[in-house]
Design a protein around this ligand. Structure first.
Ligand code: TRP
Length: 330
């Protein structure tokens, strides 16, 4: 094992990834790659807790993995793998399930929210989802797990499960710390800036996909909802404009104050165009690399098989250690 601190994170391959995923998480993954020993996975097993169309799902798994490479994640520096390819993830989930209480899973806000939306499919997988996530994390003994606000509760329960297991059976798992990224931005919907940007929004103008083409990106920003004050100023009562400032600042690296100064006395038309162009410039090379990568399935497969194998050599060790401590005959 290297001297560097270890980082683990995963992303679900459910639909198109958006500018929100990029600025809120993935851009930070890229940054962490330089400083830490990073393991990143496509969490396909998590995605089936809501119904997926098998044909589309397969495409999304390839596409999400290809996008990780296109972003600049380097499969030599970081371990990039596909969750379902490693049986240890589901196997450890079963071991950890016996260290998890029904009551604590019932209190998860995401479970409550999702079961309110998918009333016809409140499946056991949806309920047990945090245990699978705990297993994703604990298998790799990471020091840090970068997570957004909506996953904090899941990381908390992963830590609780780890501590409980260690107490009952002896030390196996490192208890990871949340990592609060320095560059992450919380990106809101362009049409309703009080809601988080989401790829599942019916209104396609509300989100920018990482793979949208230049004209589409610029058009969506032109249509972004603002307000009637005509002043580029960050303020709680100006959610639309503030969201655009956040995005522009995340992409250009300028501070909020610098952005406000840059657009002082200028209209929203100018500002929206500038944000659209800055985002389009940032996404263009990613899209270009993505098209090349996705066109060569054989090479893509070679890369993920290699990532899978590297991940498995770490996961296996932890899994068998847990089995042994619990008293299984190996
Ligand atoms: N549940 C996370 C999400 O929807 C994805 C995920 C799965 C994850 N396993 C993980 C994130 C392990 C961090 C660590 O965003």
């Amino acid at each position: 094992m290297s001297e560097k601190k270890r980082v683990l994170s995963c992303i679900q391959p459910s639909g198109m990834l958006t500018l929100g995923n990029y600025l809120g998480a993935l851009k930070n993954w890229l940054k962490m790659q330089e400083e830490f020993d990073c393991t990143y996975a496509v969490a396909d097993l998590h995605a089936i807790t809501v119904r997926q169309d098998p044909q589309k799902f397969r495409g999304q798994i390839y596409s999400t993995y290809a996008l990780l490479l296109a972003l600049g994640l380097d499969p030599q520096k970081s371990t990039l793998f596909i969750q379902s390819h490693l049986p240890e993830h589901t196997a450890l989930t079963w071991l950890l399930a016996s260290c998890t209480q029904f009551g604590e899973l019932s209190r998860m806000t995401q479970f409550k929210a999702k079961s309110a939306v998918h009333t016809d499919n409140i499946n056991v997988g949806l309920f047990a989802y945090p245990v699978l996530m705990a297993s994703d994390i604990l298998l790799y003994q990471p020091d840090f797990v970068p997570v957004g606000a909506d996953q904090k509760q899941h990381l908390e329960i992963a830590r609780d499960i780890a501590m409980r297991f260690n107490r009952v059976y002896g030390d196996v798992f490192k208890v990871p710390e949340p990592y609060i990224p320095t560059v992450a931005a919380r990106v809101m919907s362009l049409q309703d800036p009080t809601k988080k940007m989401s790829k599942s929004d019916e209104n396609v103008n509300s989100f920018v996909a990482i793979l949208d083409d230049r004209d589409t990106v610029i058009r969506k920003f032109k249509r972004a909802v603002t307000d009637s004050e005509a002043s580029v100023r960050f303020s709680e009562d100006k959610p639309g404009v503030s969201n655009l400032i956040t995005i522009y600042s995340a992409v250009t690296g300028k501070t909020v104050a610098e952005v406000e100064r840059e657009f002082e006395g200028r209209g929203y038309g100018d500002f929206k165009l500038a944000v659209g162009e800055a985002v389009a410039d940032e996404l263009a090379p990613i899209k270009e690399r993505y098209e090349k990568i996705i066109a060569d399935k054989a090479e893509l497969e070679r890369i993920f098989r290699d990532g899978d194998a590297r991940a498995e050599s770490v996961a296996r060790k932890t899994y068998f250690k847990a089995m042994k401590k619990m008293g299984f005959v190996l």
